[in-house]
Design a protein around this ligand. Sequence first.
Ligand SMILES: Nc1ncnc2c1ncn2[C@@H]1O[C@H](COP(=O)(O)OP(=O)(O)OP(=O)(O)O)[C@@H](O)[C@H]1O
Ligand SMILES: [Mg+2]
Length: 330
Amino acid sequence: MPPTHTAQSEGPSGYREAVELEFAEATKRYPGADSPAVDGLSLTVPAGEICVFVGPSGCGKTTAMRMVNRMIDISSGDILVGGRSVKDRDVDELRREIGYVIQQIGLFPHRTIADNIATVPRLLGWDRPKINARVEELLDLIGLPQDMSKRYPAQLSGGQRQRVGVARALAADPPLMLMDEPFGAIDPINRERLQNEFLRLQAEIRKTIVFVTHDIDEAIKMGDRIAILQVGGKLAQYATPSEILLHPANEFVEDFVGADRALKRLALLRVSDIELGPSNGGPSIRDTALVRDALSDLLQHGALHGNVVDSGGRTVGGISMEALARLAKA
Ligand SMILES: Nc1ncnc2c1ncn2[C@@H]1O[C@H](COP(=O)(O)OP(=O)(O)OP(=O)(O)O)[C@@H](O)[C@H]1O
Ligand SMILES: [Mg+2]
């Protein structure tokens, strides 16, 4: 049975309303360190959005994330979940409300997949039927067959384990999810598949998500907004992917997003998003294609024009190399 979309706290399939997350001058100084690991971080993640923390190794991504569920204490400033300071919360209660996916997945090796997914519901004292229903529902949601629930983590592939990690974090239906390099240890092909699956899942469940990666391409793909951090835990820029690609705030961001930022921007747009000219013939390009793929098509055909068609094969306009070059420069 497909999950319902109502925001309710009852029943295994009730999705709780996502919450806003706010960092307010949040700072972490580790004892003995000369400079802060996270320095006066201020940003707001609107409810139901994915915020990606990205930046070079050691810039404070994990530290910033772990202050949210108080696995690391905040030195000064504050973090608010749903408008309430995390400092005023009971730590256990707070953590049960926040799904956490760690980089190495961290499944319990001697527990079955079903028992792993049921970890938090069991802590919350749900009854057996409710837990079983939730496990069943989550296996469906992450696209694993029901009979995998009796296996142990070692009997799954890396990508399957990763999905179980996501299911476990979702089990008690947390309004907020923290994901630290969740797809870090996975090969590029499966990584791309998991990214796509996760975006589909998020379209359905609409959680507030903090997603850490050091890969700018993953950040651009996954983020509604991206926070780029510099070493020393300073926020270099917080904006939508296209804003960051179009207007990098400083040289650090410009270097970090890479010299091909014009091309990366074209991967954010679909042909139907751009202004089309009259058709001058050329290879057929679907209106739903990514602009970057349309560009590759033209290059492959050695064509200067493409004929844009809709799902019924009807011509809806044309694109030209010239127009794409203008777009990339805009
Ligand atoms: N427990 C600790 N005690 C002292 N310093 C720490 C501690 N944990 C992290 N640091 C330091 O704080 C800084 C930020 O570390 P953090 O783990 O947040 O970085 P990160 O951005 O997640 O890096 P990576 O991409 O390598 O995972 C680093 O300089 C790190 O050495
Ligand atoms: Mg880290």
